[in-house]
Design a protein. Structure first.
Lengths: 518, 318
């Protein structure tokens, strides 16, 4: 055997061994997509407008509190998500107002109008930063929540649109719960109760003769009845600005209340604790509303100074209490989420798909092999070897780069077989032609491979161009298809040109072949 | 054994017939699409799709009647093998679905309605809810991807071959896409993401076929300087005919296996591939080469009579 032939064979054996090493054992190494494994695929949109509005509202609220002491009579109204207006500022207090809004000027542009009115408009770049930050923060929060749910190999990533997030949870069957955990805003606020509870919203409004001051708000809540009593919706009038929020949370865990019902306890970090201690000391005897996502869960009386511990009651089940403490721990979402797309594949359907897909692939492969063997005889064995090597490299590379196997991916396998057959057919047919022109077997093989190489290159490049756009365009399953096809095309160039040719050379080197079995 | 050994069919002579036949299919397809609309799958139209597995045997009307309270045109059809007792239920996009929270509304209504009826126990084994934003997004992306890949491939062929060839290849590819879409509407298959993937694959496949023949034309152009382009193309098509038939045949049968055994999820994909393979092979032989010749015009003119006689003679020169 010629020396360079030996090297070529070694390379082939080495590549196959590497590939097998990479994908063995296949059921562990090949990652299955949602359509095969079952699970949930969600696309969410972050309502980034919320984050912008929140910033405007917070700034307006803070200013309103300050104005109450400094410039009584001045009003602050939020006009839009990026704009609020200060009105009725007497001209002699103009300087005071300028000082008060000075520290907001990095975020808001100020313009003055007639009659002591000022319009503060958020700078566009700040609004953009806030939107982008909201998506990033939502992404991180969802990631933490998903990890705490204990899902294996979840995907949480930005989706095509600027404000879209893709969440894939393989193997999760309880979609409702997953959505609840992911989508809960979980903004915890502790607010002082001014009046309440009232049995309906109108009664609460009536307490202020229909004119609730702008620094107060009316929030719905659940009445605290005895255990077993049917809870009713009640309304509280609370301070708009919270004493502490969930951002100052250190930890939160499920617990039981004094009646043995599931509840959620939380503790504050040192900064929050200092503020909360001060706050509760100043307000002993009043009621504190524990507000979660703008709903009052309970409003206990402040008996004494509380430093860093609190508890949330509600008619929770054990799992609800666990999930609530989970979302509190992972932090609040900066904005509301809406669901744009939701796909659930039950595990049984996934298994069914695998079975059908694999069966079809094997059927197709067997058929093609039989035909090739019958038609090309010994050369057909050669083609079979190169196709099998191709499939092994394909599996190996997929395992190596961690590509996901989807149902269209299985179709990609079949197409790869098709491409492999095509390359071999091209070569064999060309060798047959060359043999007709009365050259020897060796020259015919060499000429066949040389002439066809360019064709194979051209066809593969063209197919790769199509596959690249498919990959770029594709969502989950289609991406899997494009991936399989791309890898298959690349490894096919190697197997059809290099492996197949080496095998021919091997046969030709053994004996003086006058006739090829082709 | 060798099939189609040293053939000498005069394919190019049939080019106008072929163009006429293709036009009829494509125009019929477009007419059907214009009247009934292209049947968009849930990926593109948005809406709710559920696959429900029943414990008892059910008929279409026993599933349909409990759902009569849900507005919109519903699709209710058996899914997969009848013995599986699986049914597909599809609801259109509801007007309010823009508000995200309502995405689940349709699916919940279906579950509630079925629970209250007497269809017995059931299980939702697959549920797809696609909002209008995503649907629109995917429509745009699908069109963009198809056009971009055609342009990319054309640019490559123009670079590697002649411009007239690139136009021939593009025409053949567009032909295949239109014929495939026509057959999808004739046989009432929904245009889903998987089907778009199949169409893009066919684009690649059809170009693949075209390149093999063009490659041979390029080679023969060097060896057969005296012959007309028509003769050279015809010779090249004949020389590669064995390969064309074997490849198309084996791929067709492999995809046929996918169509038959691949299960319900892959059926639309496999059907598209089957049509595309036939159309791709046909268009390579009859459309791509014909258009390349028609566009190259001058060189081919005036030598038509010699074509048939010299086609065989040309072989030796290669």
């Amino acid at each position: 055997m010629a020396k360079n032939l030996r090297w070529k064979l070694l390379i082939i054996v080495g590549v196959v061994a590497l590939a097998v090493y990479a994908f063995y054992p296949p059921d562990e190494r090949i990652r299955l997509g949602l359509d095969l494994k079952g699970g949930v695929h969600l696309v969410l949109r972050v309502q980034t407008e919320d984050a912008v509005l929140l910033e405007t509202q917070t700034t307006a609220d803070r200013l309103r509190e300050q104005l109450r002491a400094e410039i009584p009579g001045a009003t602050v109204t939020v006009v839009s998500s990026t704009e609020f207006r200060v009105e009725n500022v007497p001209s002699d207090k103009d300087q005071t107002l300028r000082q008060l809004v000075a520290d907001t000027e990095t975020i808001f542009n100020r313009s003055s109008g007639a009659g002591g009115s000022y319009t503060l408009t958020m700078r566009p770049n700040i609004a953009m930063q806030l939107r982008d930050g909201a998506v990033t923060q939502a992404l991180q929060t969802i990631e933490r929540r998903v990890n705490e749910l204990g899902v294996a190999e979840p995907i949480v990533a930005r989706h095509s649109g600027a404000d879209q997030i893709l969440v894939q949870l393989p193997g999760v069957a309880d979609v409702a719960r997953a959505k609840e955990v992911i989508g809960k805003t979980a903004l915890l606020e502790l607010k002082l109760v001014e009046q309440g509870p009232f049995s309906d919203e109108a009664a609460a409004r009536q307490a202020y003769s229909g004119n609730v001051p702008p620094d107060l708000q009316i929030l719905p809540g659940t009445s605290e009845g005895a255990p077993g009593e049917r809870p009713a919706t009640v309304y509280y009038v609370v301070r708009r600005v919270p004493a502490v929020t969930g951002r100052e949370l250190r930890n939160s865990r499920p617990t039981l209340d004094e009646n043995g019902r599931p509840a959620v306890s939380f503790s504050l970090n040192s900064e929050g604790a200092t503020r909360f201690g001060q706050f509760t000391q100043n307000n002993v005897g009043r009621n504190l509303a524990i507000v979660l996502d703008n709903r009052v869960f309970s409003a206990p009386r402040i008996e004494e100074r509380i430093n860093d511990e609190g508890r949330i009651h509600g008619n929770f089940t054990q799992q609800e209490a666990g999930d609530l403490s989970l979302v509190l721990r992972s932090g609040a979402l900066p904005a509301n989420l809406t669901y744009l797309e939701e796909r659930t594949v039950g595990p049984s359907l996934g298994q069914e798909s695998i079975r059908a897909g694999v069966m079809a692939s094997i059927g197709g492969l067997l058929f093609v092999m039989l035909f090739i063997l019958a038609y090309y005889k010994l050369a057909g064995v050669n083609a079979m070897v190169s196709i099998v090597v191709n499939l092994m490299i394909l599996l190996g590379l997929m395992a190596y780069i961690g590509a996901t196997m989807t149902l269209p991916g299985i179709a990609g396998f079949i197409l790869t077989i098709g491409m492999g057959v095509d390359s071999n057919v091209l070569i064999f047919e060309r060798i047959k032609e060359e043999l007709q022109t009365a050259k020897g077997a060796r020259q015919a093989v060499a000429a066949g491979f040389d002439r066809v190489f360019l064709t194979i290159l051209d066809t593969h490049v063209a197919s790769l161009i199509a596959a690249a756009f498919l990959f770029q365009f594709g969502t989950g399953p289609i991406r899997g298809f494009a991936m399989t096809l791309t890898i298959g095309l690349l490894s096919n160039v190697f197997t059809a040109v290099f492996v197949s040719r080496t095998l021919f050379e091997l046969v030709l080197s053994r004996r003086q072949v006058a006739k090829l079995s082709i | 054994m060798q099939i189609l050994h040293n053939t000498n069919f005069n394919f190019i002579r049939w080019r106008w017939h072929a163009i006429a036949l293709s036009s009829i299919v494509i125009i019929a397809g477009i007419a059907k699409m214009a009247t009934t609309g292209l049947p968009l799958g849930i990926d593109f139209s948005g809406g709710t799709l559920m696959v429900v597995k029943f414990e008892q045997e059910v008929r279409e009307d026993t599933v349909r009647s409990p759902l009569s309270g849900i507005p919109g045109d519903k699709v209710i059809q058996p899914y997969g093998d009848p013995s599986e007792r699986q049914w597909l239920i599809r609801l259109p996009q509801s007007g309010a679905a823009e508000q995200g929270a309502n995405l689940e509304q349709g699916a919940q209504a279906v579950v509630r309605a079925l629970q209250q009826s007497n269809v017995g126990k059931f299980e939702v084994i697959n549920q797809e809810l696609v909002g209008p934003v995503i649907g629109r997004d995917l429509q745009l992306k699908g069109i963009y991807a198809t056009l971009a890949s055609i342009l990319g491939i054309t640019a490559y062929i123009a670079f590697r071959f002649r411009f007239a060839f690139a136009i021939g290849a593009i025409a053949a590819t567009l032909h295949d896409i239109l014929v495939t879409l026509a057959f999808l509407t004739f046989f009432n298959y929904d245009l889903s993401l998987n089907v778009v993937a199949a169409i893009l694959t066919i684009t690649g496949y059809s170009v693949n076929d075209t390149i093999v023949i063009f490659d041979r034309v390029r080679e023969n152009l060097r060896g057969m300087r005296r012959e007309s382009l028509e003769t050279i193309v015809n010779t090249s098509v004949n020389q590669t005919l064995g390969r064309t038939v074997i490849t198309a045949g084996t791929t067709f049968l492999a995809v046929l296996s996918l169509f038959t055994f691949g299960g319900e999820v892959l059926r639309g994909f496999a059907f598209t591939m089957l049509v595309g393979i036939v159309s791709g092979t046909y268009s390579t032989v009859f459309i791509a080469a014909a258009i390349a010749i028609i566009l190259s015009g001058k060189q081919a003119r005036g030598r038509t009579a010699a074509t048939a006689k010299t086609a065989t003679g040309g072989r030796k020169a290669s």
